[in-house]
Design a protein around this ligand. Structure first.
Ligand SMILES: *Cc1c(COP(=O)(O)O)cnc(C)c1O
Length: 359
């Protein structure tokens, strides 16, 4: 592999690593960060690793006004040999470039970014927790930096990677959550930006999330924006149902975000010869399956939780209790398999993990 050259400025004031059980998601950051700049004239340039610190932007920077940005989310783990492991990082970087394309942001070499990321991880290796369930969350992102109030793509950008040690998503063990189907607000529509990981898609969902929380639900289930009929996603996760032995997940439709976890689950199920199908599924069909006693399991899928079982689903006046509010066997098996591969406890028969040693 090419070794991408970059400047490293070491942090002389290293922070203490977090201790104890309390490690809230995304609030603790490591000692260093990666940054790189883009201008029309130079392309992407000045890759560097510098001490983690606030950045300065012009108040007219376009990110503040029109939200031109993309982000990614993946995790690094320590395996039992003490080496760093990444899970399908090339999938995240390919998706970042698809998001960039949608948001009129110039593409970034995936090969170079993987290399920069590895150098950053090697420098920050001590920050990767090795306790069960913990990991180092990796957040690459791009923001528009040109100082200009014109409504047009920025001429300059900043790409950064920051790292955050995170606790187990399930400190008390994997447990099902209660979900409210959102009837009014829409996350994304065909032709919109739902397939891109771009900032505005998420704050647009806060209102529905607040509504669901007020009614005692943990998350929102999103329906298609046009007919409010077909199921799309749950929170910021893809969604799967087990109905009468068959696994169904909504087909990609130009408004659903294509998750790496979703893709991995489909590949695992196919490998196990478990019947899995990507197709449209309506709330009416789901309710019918429930009433017929055929809705066996339901779960969300995404990097943060890996899988998140759904124990209760409220839609209009109906409340469905799924699998007696217990985590289903298949849900649990998928969770154990994927986390096992990610952390090196199970053999990586699909060649999904990448071990990061000295470059
Ligand atoms: C990130 C994300 C997912 C899950 O993707 P993973 O690659 O599995 O983490 C699903 N839906 C939305 C809206 C997302 O932003």
């Amino acid at each position: 592999m090419i070794e991408a050259k970059l400047d490293i400025v070491e942090n002389q004031n290293k922070k203490p690593k977090p201790e104890g059980d309390d490690l809230p998601f995304g609030q603790v950051f490591t000692d260093h960060m990666f940054t790189m700049e883009y201008t029309r004239e130079k392309g992407w340039f000045q890759p560097q690793i510098v001490p983690y610190e606030p950045i300065t932007l012009d108040p007219a920077a376009m990110i503040f006004h029109y939200g031109q940005s993309v982000f990614e989310g993946l995790k690094a783990y320590l395996n039992s040999e003490g080496d760093i492991q990444l899970f399908r990082p090339e999938e995240n970087l390919k998706r970042m470039n698809r998001s960039n394309g949608r948001m009129s942001i110039p593409p970034i070499s995936e090969e170079l970014v993987i290399n920069y990321l590895k150098q950053l991880l090697l420098l920050e290796k001590e920050w990767i927790p090795n306790e069960e369930g913990r990991s180092l969350y990796i957040r690459p992102f791009v923001i528009a930096t040109e100082a200009n109030l014109a409504v047009a793509p920025s001429q300059s950008y900043k790409f950064m990677i920051i790292l955050s040690p995170v606790g187990s998503y399930y400190p008390e063990g994997i447990h099902p959550v209660s979900i409210q189907v959102e009837e009014h607000f829409t996350r994304a529509v065909r032709g919109g930006t739902g397939t891109a990981k771009t900032g505005g898609n998420y704050c647009g969902g806060y209102k529905a999330q607040e509504k669901a929380a007020d009614r005692g639900h943990a998350q929102v289930m999103w329906l298609d924006g046009v007919h409010k009929k077909y199921i799309e996603e749950v929170g910021s996760m893809n969604v799967f149902f087990k109905i009468n032995g068959q696994i169904i997940t909504p087909e990609l439709n130009d408004s659903i975000l294509e998750g790496v976890t979703r893709k991995s689950i489909i590949e695992l199920l196919k490998h196990w010869n478990i019947d899995v199908i990507e197709r449209k599924i309506s709330m009416e069909e789901l309710l019918q399956a429930y009433e017929d006693g055929q809705l066996e399991e339901a779960f969300g899928a995404g990097t943060a939780a890996v899988v998140s079982p759904i124990g209760e689903l409220s839609w209009q006046d109906e409340t469905m209790i799924i699998n007696g509010r217990q985590t289903g066997d298949l849900t649990k098996f998928l969770y154990n398999t994927i986390t096992g591969i990610q952390t090196g406890k199970l053999p990586d028969t699909f060649n999904w993990t990448e071990t990061v040693k000295e470059l």
